[in-house]
Design a protein around this ligand. Structure first.
Ligand code: CA
Length: 297
Protein backbone atom coordinates (compact mmCIF):
# COMPACT_ATOMS: atom_id res chain seq x y z
CA UNK A 1 0.00 0.00 0.00
CA UNK A 2 1.22 3.49 -0.78
CA UNK A 3 1.96 5.62 2.24
CA UNK A 4 1.58 9.40 2.25
CA UNK A 5 5.28 10.04 1.66
CA UNK A 6 5.38 7.70 -1.33
CA UNK A 7 2.33 9.40 -2.84
CA UNK A 8 3.95 12.81 -2.34
CA UNK A 9 7.19 11.64 -3.94
CA UNK A 10 5.29 10.12 -6.87
CA UNK A 11 3.32 13.33 -7.33
CA UNK A 12 6.49 15.43 -7.17
CA UNK A 13 8.18 13.05 -9.62
CA UNK A 14 5.34 13.18 -12.12
CA UNK A 15 5.76 16.96 -12.35
CA UNK A 16 9.44 17.51 -11.68
CA UNK A 17 11.01 14.37 -13.11
CA UNK A 18 12.79 13.35 -9.91
CA UNK A 19 14.05 9.84 -9.34
CA UNK A 20 14.33 7.70 -6.26
CA UNK A 21 17.30 5.40 -6.11
CA UNK A 22 19.15 3.80 -3.27
CA UNK A 23 16.36 4.99 -0.96
CA UNK A 24 17.40 8.60 -1.56
CA UNK A 25 15.37 11.09 -3.51
CA UNK A 26 17.01 12.93 -6.38
CA UNK A 27 15.44 16.29 -7.24
CA UNK A 28 15.14 17.22 -10.90
CA UNK A 29 17.78 19.69 -12.12
CA UNK A 30 16.86 23.35 -12.32
CA UNK A 31 16.92 23.92 -16.08
CA UNK A 32 17.36 27.42 -17.53
CA UNK A 33 14.23 29.33 -18.43
CA UNK A 34 12.82 28.62 -21.89
CA UNK A 35 11.61 31.02 -24.53
CA UNK A 36 8.08 30.61 -25.87
CA UNK A 37 7.79 27.48 -28.01
CA UNK A 38 11.00 25.85 -26.76
CA UNK A 39 11.52 22.73 -24.64
CA UNK A 40 14.36 20.71 -23.10
CA UNK A 41 14.95 17.24 -24.54
CA UNK A 42 17.10 14.75 -22.59
CA UNK A 43 19.60 13.30 -25.07
CA UNK A 44 22.05 11.42 -22.81
CA UNK A 45 22.40 10.67 -19.12
CA UNK A 46 23.74 8.36 -16.47
CA UNK A 47 22.03 7.96 -13.10
CA UNK A 48 24.84 5.67 -11.84
CA UNK A 49 22.44 3.00 -10.62
CA UNK A 50 23.66 -0.56 -10.20
CA UNK A 51 27.01 -1.98 -9.13
CA UNK A 52 29.10 -1.58 -12.31
CA UNK A 53 30.04 1.51 -14.26
CA UNK A 54 28.41 1.30 -17.72
CA UNK A 55 31.25 0.64 -20.19
CA UNK A 56 28.94 1.59 -23.06
CA UNK A 57 28.91 5.14 -21.64
CA UNK A 58 32.33 5.53 -20.03
CA UNK A 59 35.94 4.58 -20.35
CA UNK A 60 38.31 4.76 -17.38
CA UNK A 61 41.82 5.66 -18.55
CA UNK A 62 44.72 4.39 -16.48
CA UNK A 63 47.99 6.29 -16.58
CA UNK A 64 50.18 8.55 -14.50
CA UNK A 65 48.53 11.93 -14.27
CA UNK A 66 50.56 14.70 -12.59
CA UNK A 67 51.61 13.28 -9.19
CA UNK A 68 49.11 10.41 -9.03
CA UNK A 69 48.07 7.32 -10.92
CA UNK A 70 44.65 7.19 -12.55
CA UNK A 71 43.10 3.78 -11.88
CA UNK A 72 39.75 2.12 -12.61
CA UNK A 73 39.66 1.23 -8.90
CA UNK A 74 39.17 4.92 -8.12
CA UNK A 75 36.07 5.32 -10.34
CA UNK A 76 33.35 2.98 -9.10
CA UNK A 77 29.63 2.81 -8.48
CA UNK A 78 29.03 2.61 -4.75
CA UNK A 79 25.67 0.83 -5.10
CA UNK A 80 23.45 3.67 -3.87
CA UNK A 81 22.97 5.38 -7.22
CA UNK A 82 26.23 7.35 -7.18
CA UNK A 83 29.56 7.35 -8.99
CA UNK A 84 32.30 7.49 -6.34
CA UNK A 85 35.56 9.09 -7.49
CA UNK A 86 38.09 8.05 -4.87
CA UNK A 87 41.49 9.36 -3.82
CA UNK A 88 43.72 7.01 -1.85
CA UNK A 89 47.34 6.11 -1.15
CA UNK A 90 49.01 2.68 -1.32
CA UNK A 91 52.66 2.59 -0.30
CA UNK A 92 54.09 5.84 -1.62
CA UNK A 93 51.70 6.04 -4.61
CA UNK A 94 48.63 8.24 -4.78
CA UNK A 95 45.68 6.94 -6.79
CA UNK A 96 42.66 8.72 -8.23
CA UNK A 97 40.62 8.43 -11.38
CA UNK A 98 38.83 9.69 -14.44
CA UNK A 99 35.76 8.63 -16.38
CA UNK A 100 35.12 9.98 -19.86
CA UNK A 101 32.48 9.38 -22.54
CA UNK A 102 35.14 9.42 -25.28
CA UNK A 103 34.03 7.35 -28.28
CA UNK A 104 30.64 6.76 -26.63
CA UNK A 105 28.95 10.15 -26.51
CA UNK A 106 30.37 13.29 -28.05
CA UNK A 107 28.05 16.23 -28.50
CA UNK A 108 27.98 19.95 -29.24
CA UNK A 109 25.69 22.53 -27.66
CA UNK A 110 22.98 21.96 -25.06
CA UNK A 111 22.72 21.94 -21.28
CA UNK A 112 25.16 19.73 -19.37
CA UNK A 113 24.36 19.25 -15.69
CA UNK A 114 25.73 17.03 -12.91
CA UNK A 115 24.68 16.71 -9.26
CA UNK A 116 27.75 16.25 -7.12
CA UNK A 117 28.94 16.01 -3.51
CA UNK A 118 32.47 17.36 -3.21
CA UNK A 119 35.66 16.20 -1.55
CA UNK A 120 36.52 16.84 2.12
CA UNK A 121 40.34 16.90 2.00
CA UNK A 122 42.76 19.39 0.47
CA UNK A 123 45.50 18.63 -2.03
CA UNK A 124 43.46 17.28 -4.95
CA UNK A 125 40.85 18.72 -7.26
CA UNK A 126 37.53 17.65 -8.63
CA UNK A 127 36.50 18.52 -12.18
CA UNK A 128 33.48 18.11 -14.47
CA UNK A 129 34.53 19.08 -17.98
CA UNK A 130 34.09 18.71 -21.73
CA UNK A 131 37.03 17.89 -24.00
CA UNK A 132 38.39 16.25 -27.14
CA UNK A 133 41.80 16.20 -28.82
CA UNK A 134 40.72 18.99 -31.22
CA UNK A 135 41.51 21.38 -28.33
CA UNK A 136 45.10 20.92 -29.52
CA UNK A 137 44.43 22.56 -32.91
CA UNK A 138 46.27 25.88 -32.97
CA UNK A 139 44.50 28.67 -34.88
CA UNK A 140 40.84 29.30 -35.56
CA UNK A 141 40.55 30.29 -31.90
CA UNK A 142 38.59 27.77 -29.83
CA UNK A 143 35.95 27.30 -32.51
CA UNK A 144 37.71 24.13 -33.73
CA UNK A 145 37.99 22.72 -30.19
CA UNK A 146 37.83 24.09 -26.65
CA UNK A 147 38.15 22.55 -23.22
CA UNK A 148 35.09 23.63 -21.25
CA UNK A 149 35.63 23.33 -17.49
CA UNK A 150 32.06 23.32 -16.20
CA UNK A 151 33.43 23.18 -12.68
CA UNK A 152 36.77 22.71 -10.96
CA UNK A 153 37.15 22.56 -7.18
CA UNK A 154 40.76 22.97 -6.15
CA UNK A 155 40.43 24.47 -2.67
CA UNK A 156 38.30 23.85 0.41
CA UNK A 157 36.62 27.25 0.14
CA UNK A 158 33.17 28.41 -0.90
CA UNK A 159 34.13 29.01 -4.52
CA UNK A 160 33.85 27.18 -7.83
CA UNK A 161 36.13 27.68 -10.81
CA UNK A 162 34.87 27.84 -14.43
CA UNK A 163 37.21 28.04 -17.44
CA UNK A 164 37.71 27.71 -21.21
CA UNK A 165 41.01 26.58 -22.78
CA UNK A 166 41.91 26.49 -26.48
CA UNK A 167 44.74 26.34 -29.06
CA UNK A 168 46.59 23.52 -27.32
CA UNK A 169 48.60 23.48 -24.13
CA UNK A 170 51.93 24.75 -25.45
CA UNK A 171 53.09 28.26 -26.36
CA UNK A 172 49.83 29.06 -28.18
CA UNK A 173 47.64 27.99 -25.25
CA UNK A 174 44.94 30.49 -24.36
CA UNK A 175 42.43 30.38 -21.57
CA UNK A 176 39.92 32.41 -19.67
CA UNK A 177 38.53 31.45 -16.30
CA UNK A 178 36.92 32.78 -13.19
CA UNK A 179 36.20 31.87 -9.58
CA UNK A 180 32.64 32.43 -8.41
CA UNK A 181 31.08 32.47 -4.96
CA UNK A 182 29.25 29.25 -4.07
CA UNK A 183 28.06 29.48 -0.46
CA UNK A 184 27.78 26.08 1.24
CA UNK A 185 29.23 24.25 -1.72
CA UNK A 186 31.38 21.94 0.43
CA UNK A 187 28.32 20.54 2.20
CA UNK A 188 25.76 18.25 0.64
CA UNK A 189 24.71 17.95 -2.98
CA UNK A 190 25.04 20.69 -5.60
CA UNK A 191 24.28 21.06 -9.32
CA UNK A 192 26.97 22.27 -11.72
CA UNK A 193 26.06 23.08 -15.30
CA UNK A 194 26.86 24.86 -18.53
CA UNK A 195 24.47 25.96 -21.22
CA UNK A 196 26.61 25.76 -24.35
CA UNK A 197 25.00 27.81 -27.11
CA UNK A 198 26.54 28.32 -30.58
CA UNK A 199 27.54 31.88 -29.60
CA UNK A 200 27.95 31.80 -25.80
CA UNK A 201 28.61 29.67 -22.72
CA UNK A 202 26.48 30.29 -19.62
CA UNK A 203 27.61 28.59 -16.39
CA UNK A 204 25.40 27.68 -13.44
CA UNK A 205 25.78 26.54 -9.83
CA UNK A 206 22.59 25.18 -8.26
CA UNK A 207 20.56 26.56 -11.16
CA UNK A 208 21.82 30.13 -10.67
CA UNK A 209 23.85 31.77 -13.43
CA UNK A 210 27.44 32.38 -12.29
CA UNK A 211 29.39 33.30 -15.44
CA UNK A 212 28.99 34.04 -19.16
CA UNK A 213 31.76 33.72 -21.69
CA UNK A 214 32.34 33.92 -25.45
CA UNK A 215 36.05 33.31 -24.98
CA UNK A 216 37.77 31.50 -27.81
CA UNK A 217 34.86 32.30 -30.12
CA UNK A 218 32.80 29.38 -28.74
CA UNK A 219 33.55 25.77 -29.64
CA UNK A 220 31.60 24.45 -32.66
CA UNK A 221 32.65 20.78 -32.52
CA UNK A 222 31.42 17.84 -30.42
CA UNK A 223 33.16 17.16 -27.10
CA UNK A 224 32.98 14.27 -24.66
CA UNK A 225 32.19 14.49 -20.93
CA UNK A 226 34.75 13.90 -18.18
CA UNK A 227 34.77 13.63 -14.42
CA UNK A 228 38.27 13.58 -12.98
CA UNK A 229 40.32 13.96 -9.86
CA UNK A 230 43.84 15.39 -10.05
CA UNK A 231 46.81 15.72 -7.71
CA UNK A 232 49.80 18.05 -7.96
CA UNK A 233 51.96 18.19 -4.84
CA UNK A 234 52.82 21.84 -5.56
CA UNK A 235 49.65 22.78 -7.42
CA UNK A 236 46.68 25.06 -6.84
CA UNK A 237 44.86 22.56 -4.59
CA UNK A 238 47.57 22.47 -1.91
CA UNK A 239 49.75 19.58 -0.75
CA UNK A 240 47.95 16.26 -0.36
CA UNK A 241 50.93 14.80 1.54
CA UNK A 242 49.67 16.67 4.61
CA UNK A 243 46.23 15.00 4.45
CA UNK A 244 44.76 11.80 5.84
CA UNK A 245 43.24 9.70 3.05
CA UNK A 246 41.03 8.24 1.61
CA UNK A 247 38.75 10.92 0.25
CA UNK A 248 36.16 10.96 -2.52
CA UNK A 249 33.67 12.99 -4.46
CA UNK A 250 30.29 11.62 -5.58
CA UNK A 251 28.21 12.14 -8.72
CA UNK A 252 24.49 11.43 -8.40
CA UNK A 253 23.69 11.95 -12.09
CA UNK A 254 24.85 13.61 -15.26
CA UNK A 255 22.31 14.65 -17.88
CA UNK A 256 22.59 16.37 -21.26
CA UNK A 257 19.64 18.23 -22.75
CA UNK A 258 19.17 19.74 -26.19
CA UNK A 259 17.25 22.98 -26.50
CA UNK A 260 14.48 22.02 -28.93
CA UNK A 261 11.42 23.39 -30.64
CA UNK A 262 8.52 22.22 -28.45
CA UNK A 263 6.42 21.19 -31.45
CA UNK A 264 9.01 19.37 -33.58
CA UNK A 265 11.52 18.32 -30.84
CA UNK A 266 14.30 19.37 -33.25
CA UNK A 267 17.19 21.41 -31.78
CA UNK A 268 16.74 25.15 -32.21
CA UNK A 269 20.28 25.37 -33.64
CA UNK A 270 22.09 22.99 -36.02
CA UNK A 271 23.95 20.35 -33.96
CA UNK A 272 27.16 19.15 -35.68
CA UNK A 273 27.36 15.39 -36.21
CA UNK A 274 29.37 13.39 -33.68
CA UNK A 275 32.76 12.21 -34.89
CA UNK A 276 32.15 8.76 -33.38
CA UNK A 277 32.30 6.25 -36.29
CA UNK A 278 29.02 4.49 -36.95
CA UNK A 279 29.05 0.67 -36.99
CA UNK A 280 29.25 -0.83 -40.49
CA UNK A 281 25.86 -1.02 -42.18
CA UNK A 282 26.50 -4.16 -44.16
CA UNK A 283 28.74 -7.15 -43.63
CA UNK A 284 32.14 -6.70 -45.18
CA UNK A 285 32.09 -2.92 -44.85
CA UNK A 286 34.81 -1.79 -42.52
CA UNK A 287 34.10 1.19 -40.30
CA UNK A 288 36.90 3.75 -40.15
CA UNK A 289 39.07 3.58 -37.07
CA UNK A 290 38.48 6.23 -34.42
CA UNK A 291 41.10 8.97 -34.67
CA UNK A 292 43.64 8.52 -31.92
CA UNK A 293 43.64 11.45 -29.54
CA UNK A 294 46.80 13.36 -28.83
CA UNK A 295 48.15 12.90 -25.35
CA UNK A 296 45.30 14.00 -23.15
CA UNK A 297 46.30 17.03 -21.13
CA1 CA B 1 42.05 26.19 -32.12
Amino acid sequence: MLNVRTVLVLLACSFGGCLVHGGEETPAPKLPELKEGQAWKLVWSDEFDGEQLDAAKWETPEYKRHDAQWTKRAAVLEGKGHLAMRTFKEGETYFNGCVRSKGRFEHAFGYYVARMKLQKKAGHWTAFWLFNSAVGKVGNDGRDGSEIDIMEKPKLDEKIHHAIHWDGYGKDHKSKGTSVAAPGVLDGWHEFAVLWLPDEYIFYVDGKETWRSKDGGVCQVPLYLKFSDEIQFKGWAGDIRKEELPDEFLVDYVRVFDLVDAATEKPVYPVPASSIPKPPEAEGVKSPAAPEAAKTP
